[in-house]
Design a protein around this ligand. Structure first.
Ligand code: PAF
Length: 290
C-alpha cells in the first residue's frame, strides 16, 4: 500500500508497490540509485544521500531493521528507531522514495531455496564473532536489489567487510550490473565514526570510544614509517592501552583490503586496520587504510 506522499517523498510499504514503482521508472527510462539503511539516520547516512543526489537517478532509500542480521535478540529489540527524524532528513535531502516494508512481507519474499554461499574471507573479523550476521545481511541485500533494481547502490566504508560482500553479491547474483559506490566514513569532531549505536552512549563514553580511532592513527603511523614494526607486539600494546580506559577490543587486525588476507611485511599496498570493540556494552567497529 502507498501510505502517503510528504513533499516529493513517496513512502511505500509493500513489496508489490515498490516493484511497480521501480518498474514504472524503468519504463520511463529513469535509473535508480539505492541507499539501503536500517533507519536511525545520522550524518554518515546523509553523506550517502548526498552522494546519491549527485547522479540524475531517482534515489530510493530502504529502511528495514533486518532481524536476520542480529546475532543478539536484545541488540535487535533495542535498535534505535527515529522514523519522524529519518523522514525529515530524507525530505531535506530531496529523496524520491522511502521503501519501508513490513517485517513479515519482506521475510516471506526471500527465496530460501538459494542459500547464500559466502566466500571464505567472510569468516574472519565480524564473521568470526557475529554468528549468522553476514548471511542475514546477504539475504536482505540480495532481496532489496531484486525488488528495487538499482543501477547504483551506496554503502559506507565503515562496514568494510559488508562492502566487499556486497561486491561479491553483485558479481554472483547480478552479473556485475549494479555499480557499488563505497562512501567514506563520516566522523564526529573527536574522530569517532558515526554509527546509530553511538546514540546508546553518553558524551563521556563517546569521547573514550574516540580513543580507538586515535590508536588506529598511531598504529598507522608506526606501520608506515617503521619498516621493522612487529604487528603482534603493536597489537598487544594497543589492546593494553585501550583496556586501561575501559575499552574491550574484540579484534584489531592488519589485513589486505582486497580479500582480508594476512598481509606480508613487505606488502605496502592495500593495507587496512580493522577493529571491533566494546565500551559499556556497546559494540562498535571502525577501520582505516594504512
Ligand atoms: O549497513 C546497514 O545498515 C545494513 O547492514 C544494511 C546494508 C541496510 C542491510 O540490512
Amino acid at each position: 500500500m502507498l501510505i502517503g506522499i510528504k513533499s516529493n517523498l513517496k513512502i511505500i510499504t509493500s513489496v508489490k508497490d515498490q516493484n511497480d514503482y521501480c518498474n514504472s521508472l524503468g519504463e520511463e527510462g529513469k535509473k535508480i540509485s539505492l541507499v539501503p539503511t536500517m533507519g536511525n539516520l545520522h550524518k554518515g547516512h546523509e553523506h550517502l544521500l548526498s552522494c546519491s543526489r549527485t547522479t540524475n537517478n531517482k534515489t530510493v532509500v530502504s529502511l528495514f531493521v533486518n532481524p536476520l542480521q542480529f546475532n543478539d535478540i536484545d541488540d535487535y529489540k533495542s535498535y534505535p528507531n527515529s522514523i519522524d527524524a529519518d523522514i525529515s532528513m530524507l525530505e531535506r535531502n530531496k529523496i524520491d522514495c522511502l521503501f519501508m516494508p513490513s517485517e513479515d512481507e519482506i521475510l516471506e519474499s526471500i527465496d530460501e531455496s538459494h542459500s547464500p554461499n559466502l566466500p571464505v574471507y567472510m569468516k574472519t573479523l565480524c564473521g568470526k564473532y557475529r554468528e549468522g550476521h553476514f548471511i542475514g545481511v546477504f539475504k536482505i541485500v540480495r532481496q532489496l536489489l531484486k525488488i528495487i533494481k538499482p543501477s547504483i547502490a551506496y554503502f559506507g566504508k565503515k562496514d568494510y567487510q559488508q562492502l566487499i560482500m556486497i561486491n561479491y553479491i553483485v558479481k554472483e547474483h547480478f552479473m556485475n550490473k549494479i555499480k557499488i559506490i563505497p562512501c567514506d566514513t563520516v566522523r564526529e569532531d573527536n574522530g569517532l565514526a558515526m554509527s546509530s549505536r553511538n546514540n546508546k552512549m553518553t558524551k563521556s563514553e563517546k569521547n573514550i570510544a574516540s580513543l580507538v580511532y586515535k590508536e588506529l592513527l598511531a598504529l598507522k603511523k608506526i606501520i608506515r614509517f617503521d619498516k621493522n614494526y612487529d604487528y603482534d607486539e603493536l597489537r598487544i600494546k594497543s589492546i593494553d592501552n585501550l583496556s586501561k580506559v575501559g575499552i574491550k577490543i574484540e579484534y584489531l587486525e592488519l589485513l589486505s583490503s582486497n580479500d582480508l588476507s594476512i598481509i606480508q611485511k613487505n606488502d605496502t599496498d592495500n593495507r587496512m586496520l580493522f577493529v571491533a570493540f566494546y565500551i559499556s556494552g556497546v559494540r562498535l567497529i571502525d577501520n582505516i587504510e594504512v
